[in-house]
Write a protein that binds this ligand. Structure first.
Ligand code: SF4
Ligand code: SF4
Length: 118
């Protein structure tokens, strides 16, 4: 997965959870383009959690019952910082030509003054 640049997806705790008490079975979550959910007689279930795109929460935003929740995003941000995923993604995007980076930034080895991505 490009946005994880080789970091194991299963080590990142990011996937939807459904509160069945709140679910009104509107079916909006089934629009997920990553095929994370299956529909059952009882409604949707999170069948393939690791296919969820890290950082995405579209289904929660559109859920009619407000029944979908995600882990604390700060824990994910901590992993991205600790494992230098941000800097690796940026490097890959630059190599692909998707983004342009300044020479000065590359020499410093980071994207900001905060040191988060070095
Ligand atoms: S979008 Fe929410 S309320 Fe609708 S079926 Fe999915 S979990 Fe249930
Ligand atoms: S957050 Fe995005 S990728 Fe993950 S299950 Fe919901 S719609 Fe699919």
């Amino acid at each position: 997965m490009a946005w994880l640049v080789g970091y194991p997806r299963e080590k990142i705790n990011w996937h939807p959870s459904i509160d069945p008490e709140k679910c009104v079975k509107c079916g909006m979550c089934m629009n997920c383009g990553r095929n994370v959910y299956d529909w059952t007689d009882e409604g949707p279930v999170v069948a393939r959690p690791n296919q969820c795109i890290v950082g995405c929460n579209t289904c929660a935003n559109l859920c009619m019952g407000n029944a979908i929740s995600f882990p604390d995003k700060e824990t994910v941000r901590e992993i991205y910082k600790r494992e230098k995923i941000w800097s690796k993604v940026k490097k890959q995007l630059a190599e692909e030509g998707t983004i342009k980076t300044k020479q000065k930034t590359e020499e410093k080895g980071g994207c900001c003054e905060g040191g988060c991505c070095r």
